[in-house]
Design a binder for this molecule. Structure first.
Ligand code: FES
Ligand SMILES: [Fe+2]
Length: 388
């Protein structure tokens, strides 16, 4: 079910009403779930194949690969991959595997190169994946080189992000995956004009959905983050837009309290009194702060249900347009990054590791998602749709 976009001020005013009445947007029902969703290897396999093998998910900000030949390697749920900027400016993704005898072609996490050269017998591949040279080819034997280029995964750069479908036989169309509402929303953010100040990955002993759930959750803030996030953000108050796959929600900052007694003027721009979050199915949370973005992605481990990799990116206006000199700009975002990292490591990760450990209990019993946990409900509803 889709709906047309509700103006931001209207959504913010809805959160003000919620604050006044101690309410929040609600889903239609409480949903029960079991621990096997986070521990069962068959469920994990179905998610890798039917979710990540079929739909686009974000793997990077385009600015992390500014020049032709810039590459990064990573482990997607179903492949080891190399993502590389092409000479024509586009981005391609290849399976990180030499087509001769299967050596890992590139072992560096990132870098810049003119070709990929295998360390085992030195075959080489062009940036576009084509097989360029076979060493000692007079003795190797005749082969059709065009058949032995690197295996390519569907990749598209859109709205500043690099998106990949984790299956060589799939197709990619990010705009249609996003749907008209989310495509329009992301298109309006100008993320391609921003830079990725910092990207870091964390391999955690936690199922990817437990992690993703924690970053769609406005209900835990005051309890899990009493001295950090809860000082700035209200708990359990959200205005949600459900686009039938992806979602967007607004959570009021505490600074909005000034309007509780005395409502804001009709034309007052209330943006700075809220944070706005986008949930991009299947595995990304994009937070829009008044002056920057934070992208969180959660990728399942290739085989173990109880493991995942979370990546965090701080996406900010470039120094040239920031009005700051380079030192100040670095200082500002470095400070911001350190606060984010501290909250993750001290507050979120210990809780979530404990949750995963608990899910392994043989007699764990059933659990519940409440009506107030709207975006979590949307996430699980959509995952069921993809995997069933
Ligand atoms: S495995 Fe790469 S050249 Fe032999
Ligand atoms: Fe949290």
């Amino acid at each position: 079910m889709t709906q047309s976009l509700v103006p931001k001020n209207e959504r913010i005013r809805r959160t003000l009403d919620h604050l006044r009445h101690d309410t929040t947007d609600e889903f239609d029902a409480v949903r029960p779930f079991g621990p096997e969703e986070f521990t069962d290897p068959e469920i994990a396999r179905a998610e890798r194949d039917r979710v990540f093998g079929r739909v686009p998910s974000i793997v990077a900000h385009g600015g992390e690969l500014p020049k032709p030949g810039d590459f990064m390697t990573l482990r997607t749920p179903r492949n080891q991959v190399i993502i590389v900027r092409q000479r024509d400016g586009s981005v391609k993704t290849f399976v990180n595997l030499c087509r001769h005898r299967g050596a890992l072609l590139e072992d560096r996490e990132k870098g810049r190169c003119r070709l990929f050269s295998c360390g085992y017998h030195r075959w080489s591949y062009d940036l576009d994946g084509s097989l360029r040279a076979i060493t000692r080819d007079g003795t190797f034997g005749e082969i059709d080189r065009s058949e032995h280029g690197l295996i390519e995964l569907p990749t598209e750069e859109r709205h500043g992000f690099v998106w990949v479908v984790d299956d060589a036989g799939a197709r990619i169309d990010v705009a249609s995956w996003l749907g008209p509402e989310m495509d329009e929303i992301l298109g309006g953010h100008g993320i391609e004009g921003h830079v990725c100040f910092r990207a870091e990955g964390f391999d955690e002993p936690v199922n990817w959905k437990i992690m993703q759930d924690a970053f769609l959750d406005g209900y835990h803030i005051q309890y899990a983050h009493p001295n950090t996030a809860a000082k700035h953000i209200h708990t359990n108050v959200m205005a949600v837009e459900d686009f039938g796959r992806h979602a967007r929600f607004i959570a009021p900052r505490k600074t909005i309290d000034r309007f509780l007694e005395e409502p804001p003027a009709a034309d007052e721009d209330l943006s700075k009194y809220v944070t706005e979050t986008h949930f991009l199915l299947p595995n990304s949370t994009l937070l829009r702060q008044p002056d920057h973005f934070q992208l969180l992605t959660f990728r399942p481990h290739p085989s173990e249900p109880g493991r995942c990799r979370m990546e965090m990116r701080l996406i900010v206006p470039p120094v040239e347009t920031s009005g700051l000199d380079e030192d100040r700009w670095n200082h500002l975002w470095e400070k911001n990054w350190k606060i984010l990292i501290a909250v993750l490591h001290r507050e979120d990760f210990p809780l979530l590791r404990g949750s995963q450990a608990g899910m392994a209990s043989a007699s764990a019993g059933g659990m519940l998602l409440g009506r107030n946990e709207v975006v979590n409900q949307i996430f699980h509803r959509e995952l069921r749709r993809l995997t069933s």
